[in-house]
Design a protein. Sequence first.
Length: 143
Amino acid sequence: MPPVRLLLAGDDPLARAGLASLLSGRADVAVAAESAIDDAPRAAGVAGADAVLLDLGSSGAAPAPVAALAEAVHAPVVALASTEAQAAAAIRSGARAVLFRGASADALAAAALAAARGLAAIDAALAREWLRPPGAPADAEVL
């Protein structure tokens, strides 16, 4: 199976370079292009990206509507968030997957693969909070 082609989008060139380095040499994903967020639609078209890995930055600010980006690039968006609020806003605005910015290369690749195949992915730390059954204590032991 060919690797999932990723567009790395974010406004911090150093963060994009770090992501590219982290994912280099993997057989399951390939970095097809890097771009600033505003240039992502053009870059995705040139690169033929299967998914967008969108770095939302470390400010914790709410993301611009991810749905518009996903539609413009014709690919699902995997958002990298710095806070739970930023992650929730990304999901609400159309991200197919959301991870915290400190995610491992394996987690990034797994989320990108899932998103490219039509599945959703949520960082484990978020899933514990967001998927807790109603009335369950916050400190319930995970099975």
